[in-house]
Write a new protein. Structure first.
Length: 339
């Protein structure tokens, strides 16, 4: 009897020390939705006439707060994170290899920003792994377009996201199609490569034509996503629902190591925290920037995680002011989380 009592006591003690973590939704909500929404509204008012979209999700509780959460915003390079995920899914399935070599041809070149295009034809060969790093971490348009073609095109990427229960995330055009469309330009051609040449070609388009094309782009549902959709992608990636463990770790590492967007969400990072993120920026023309975005996953020193998506469309302020707006959203979220 004494031995049985001892064993029962030991078992109880062991169980007490190994209690399961609370299931999603069992923890107390972190955010005061009313206060957080009020803070986002103040940021939006300050950024006007630009339109602000925000999505925030506390990964621990699942609590989600959105501002213009179901409104579609132009993606720009934000699509390159899901593109990277789709490429790695092909690697996981054995349809692509990271060490596979791709030869870049003149018809593969895309508008700036693209160091791959700038280096052509002096360099033509890249591995899938190199193109992945250049597309996701550096925002290279040629690298992204070549990878997009390898997985079947924009429609294939959108379909893959939908199959992964990420609706309202629409990728419809290659960068070589989209970027000229925004300015009312003809289809991109190889002899326009490089910032100076491309910019000169853009400036040759009459201002009225460029303004009309930009307005059409801002009203277009193509190549857009909602903040809610961006959160769904970030959480699915973090949870390992899109890729193998190794590929998930690879993509998150690339998104964490990027040096882009230092003055956006990353500017709000507290000590000991990290951010895996993807920025997106449209070219400023005629005093307007169609899109300035940043979506990412904050991982704090204490292990807590928060997915944040910030979209800003139609801004008429400076680069510094746009970045400060996005950084302010990050600071508001982290302050509300009592970081």
């Amino acid at each position: 009897m004494l031995r049985r009592a001892f064993l029962l006591s030991a078992t109880a003690a062991a169980l007490a020390g190994c209690r399961e973590k609370p299931m999603l939704g069992q923890l107390e909500p972190v955010f005061d939705i009313k206060d957080l929404t009020k803070s986002f509204q103040a940021v939006a008012d300050k950024a006007a006439p630009a339109v602000l979209g925000v999505g925030v999700r506390d990964i621990q509780t699942g609590q989600t707060v959105v501002f213009n959460g179901d409104r579609r915003f132009p993606l720009q390079s934000v699509f390159k994170a899901p593109l990277g995920a789709a490429v790695l899914a092909e690697v996981d399935s054995g349809k692509l290899r990271l060490d596979e070599t791709v030869t870049i041809r003149d018809i593969d070149l895309s508008p700036p920003f693209s160091p791959v295009a700038d280096a052509w034809p002096a360099r033509t060969d890249y591995s899938i792994a190199e193109l992945l790093e250049r597309a996701v971490a550096a925002g290279d348009n040629t690298a992204a377009d070549v990878l997009m073609k390898k997985i079947g095109g924009p429609g294939a990427l959108t379909a893959w996201l939908s199959l992964k229960n990420i609706p309202n995330f629409s990728v419809d055009r290659y960068e070589r199609q989209l970027q000229p469309d925004i300015a009312g330009m003809a289809s991109f051609r190889a002899d326009w490569k490089g910032e100076a040449t491309y910019s000169a070609q853009l400036q040759s388009i009459p201002p009225a034509q460029r303004r009309a094309a930009m307005s059409a782009y801002l009203a277009d549902a193509r190549d857009t996503a909602t903040p809610v959709a961006a959160l769904a992608f970030l959480e699915a990636l973090r949870a390992g629902q899109l890729l193998s463990k190794a590929s998930t770790a690879r993509l998150l590492a690339i998104m964490t190591a990027t040096t882009m967007g230092q003055t956006r969400l990353k500017a709000a990072l507290p000590d000991g925290a990290t951010l895996a993120h993807q920025t997106g920026s449209a070219r400023t023309d005629l005093g307007t920037t169609p899109a300035a975005n940043d979506i990412g996953l904050y991982t704090l020193k204490d292990g807590r995680q928060f997915a944040v998506a910030v979209f800003l469309s139609g801004s008429t302020t400076s680069d510094e002011a746009r970045d400060a707006t996005i950084a302010e959203v990050g600071r508001i979220v982290l302050k509300a989380a009592k970081v």
